[in-house]
Ligand binder design. Structure first.
Ligand SMILES: Cc1cc2nc3c(=O)[nH]c(=O)nc-3n(C[C@H](O)[C@H](O)[C@H](O)COP(=O)(O)OP(=O)(O)OC[C@H]3O[C@@H](n4cnc5c(N)ncnc54)[C@H](O)[C@@H]3O)c2cc1C
Ligand SMILES: NC(=O)c1ccc[n+]([C@@H]2O[C@H](COP(=O)([O-])OP(=O)(O)OC[C@H]3O[C@@H](n4cnc5c(N)ncnc54)[C@H](OP(=O)(O)O)[C@@H]3O)[C@@H](O)[C@H]2O)c1
Length: 448
């Protein structure tokens, strides 16, 4: 049998495991994750109010329940955990599907003021990521600025605008729910440095903002008119054309005086600094930009300030280097050839990558399927050579002998039960456990 370790149980890890066991009856796969819970960003990124997308976890579950796949949670690969070199001793092949765990920075003055956060921190908080330590995002805030116009920016904007009644049925942790229910944020400015036709959000997600109860979406027609595609949106690719059409509709709509909250979509504003009021962020200063004719923008020397006691920068994610693996700091990815890890330009036999750590932090869940498929094809082509390596009998026995205590599938199921019980005790449906201690206590009740 060919033994493969897949590191990371997000979409790319699960699709890789699925491809391997479906295509080769002689493969055994261990899916290891540093967290006791599987599914990566499907559990800890996809917004709690997107229940249909969240339910993709059920598809990923069938992979992890396959008879030749084992989930081993709570196993960190790298410093403080199992070294990458040790995995190579225990498995014929290792596929790294570790995603892009960190956020990008703006590199502007005031970015670290209290009240300024990355969208990643905010998402981790409302998703109950056990590493999330931040609190008090919305406390005392009336106006919020979200920097960036991608789908994550749309997610965090929507979460700020949702009412308690809409959030209550989600699996959001109770502290986050309580804090958002008490939120006094009534103005949310989502700001792009380029134009509407260059925004990265998708139309379905954009439209959802217009369907939020009690919330008005405002678009300044003058900012739409600055867009190079304003006169002839038909020349745009379909996705961007639809975005521009939705934005034009909002720009023309009459004001709703009775709205409880306003989302203002702003364009052609480049952030240049965060301004302090009373020791914390009070406003964001932007420079007005105009199209440069090459798809980018140039500054105009005119500035504008938007009041904000909460600033969320949503300017993309970034891969982090994993000790023992090569890393390209420019792209934040592991260099590879069709999924085979490259060390100093040469293929490293037995080491592979898939997902965001391979391609960079773009693409929806489904994008990881063909990406993983390519990697699986490469690995199975190499299998006849890899399978000759002598291995210990069972990697799990060897890991345990090393002092590692993985959370196995029964442990994860115990976490699921504990979350259902917590929900019932709070008069809600499932409510996520938000910290390491409660997750591990639940899991260890089932794990040897
Ligand atoms: C906030 C947010 C919301 C999103 N919402 C949607 C959406 O609604 N719909 C959609 O289609 N797409 C959405 N996406 C995109 C989608 O989540 C990604 O395409 C997908 O999750 C990437 O998969 P991945 O497996 O490469 O990484 P991830 O999902 O990040 O999985 C990586 C896994 O590796 C584990 N790991 C990392 N390092 C180690 C280590 N050293 N040792 C062991 N394990 C490790 C992590 O714990 C994690 O479980 C969203 C993305 C974000 C950031
Ligand atoms: N519902 C869903 O399907 C869903 C939900 C969430 C995430 N996702 C996916 O997950 C991936 C990541 O999403 P994302 O929103 O994090 O990233 P993204 O789509 O790459 O968007 C990043 C945004 O940040 C802006 N930006 C970057 N650097 C900036 C700077 N220095 N100053 C100001 N703005 C800056 C970008 O503008 P420029 O274009 O000008 O660089 C862009 O608007 C995407 O593929 C997304 O579709 C999907």
């Amino acid at each position: 049998m060919l033994r493969v370790a897949v590191v990371g149980s997000g979409p790319s890890g699960c699709y890789t495991a699925q491809g391997l066991v479906q295509q080769d009856p002689e493969v055994l796969v261990d899916v290891l994750d540093r967290l006791p819970c599987p599914y990566g960003l499907v559990r800890y990124g996809v917004a709690p109010d997107h229940e249909k997308i969240k339910s993709l976890q059920n598809n990923l579950r069938t992979v992890l329940e396959h008879e030749r796949v084992r989930f081993l949670g709570g196993v960190q690969i790298g410093p403080g955990g199992v070294p990458a070199a040790r995995l190579r001793e225990l498995y014929h092949a290792v596929v790294y599907c570790v995603g892009a765990a960190t956020d990008r920075h703006l590199g502007i003055p005031g970015e670290d003021l209290p009240g300024s956060w990355s969208a990643t921190e905010f998402v981790s908080w409302y998703s109950a990521h056990p590493d999330s330590a931040a609190e008090g995002f919305v406390a005392g805030a009336r106006s919020a600025v979200v920097i960036g116009v991608g789908n994550v920016a749309v997610d965090v904007t929507r979460m700020l605008a949702r009412s308690p009644a809409e959030l209550n049925p989600t699996d959001m942790p109770h502290r986050a729910l309580t804090a958002l229910a008490a939120s006094q944020v009534t103005e949310i400015h989502m700001v792009g440095r380029r134009g509407p036709s260059q925004a990265r959000f998708t139309t379905k997600e954009l439209r959802e903002l217009g369907a939020l109860p009690g919330t008005e979406v405002e678009v300044d027609p003058r900012e739409l008119a600055l867009d190079p595609a304003y006169d002839d949106p038909s020349a745009l690719p379909a996705a961007q054309r639809r975005n521009v059409e939705v934005l034009r509709g909002w720009a023309k709509a009459p004001a709703q005086e009775a709205a409880l909250r306003r989302i203002r979509l702003r364009f052609f504003l480049r952030p240049v600094g965060l301004l302090a009021v009373g020791g914390r962020v009070g406003a964001v200063r932007f420079e007005r930009t105009v199209p440069d004719g090459r798809g980018g923008v140039r500054g105009t020397g005119r500035f504008e300030e938007i009041e904000a006691q909460l600033v969320l920068r949503s300017v993309g994610y970034r891969g982090v280097p994993l000790e023992g693996l090569p890393f390209d700091p420019a792209s934040g990815t592991v260099p590879h050839l069709a999924g085979r890890v490259l060390r100093e330009g040469a293929v490293a036999p037995g080491e592979y990558v898939a997902g965001w750590i391979k391609r960079g932090p773009t693409g929806v869940i489904g994008t990881n399927r063909p990406c993983s498929k390519e990697t699986v094809t490469s690995l199975l082509e190499d299998a006849p050579v890899l399978v000759h390596e002598e291995l210990p009998e069972d990697p799990l026995v060897a890991l345990r002998a090393d002092g590692v205590r993985p959370v196995e599938w029964a442990g994860w199921q115990a976490i699921e039960r504990a979350e259902a019980e917590l929900g019932a005790s709070l008069g809600r449906s499932v409510v996520k456990l938000p910290d390491w201690e409660s997750l591990l206590t639940a899991a260890r009740s089932m794990t040897p």
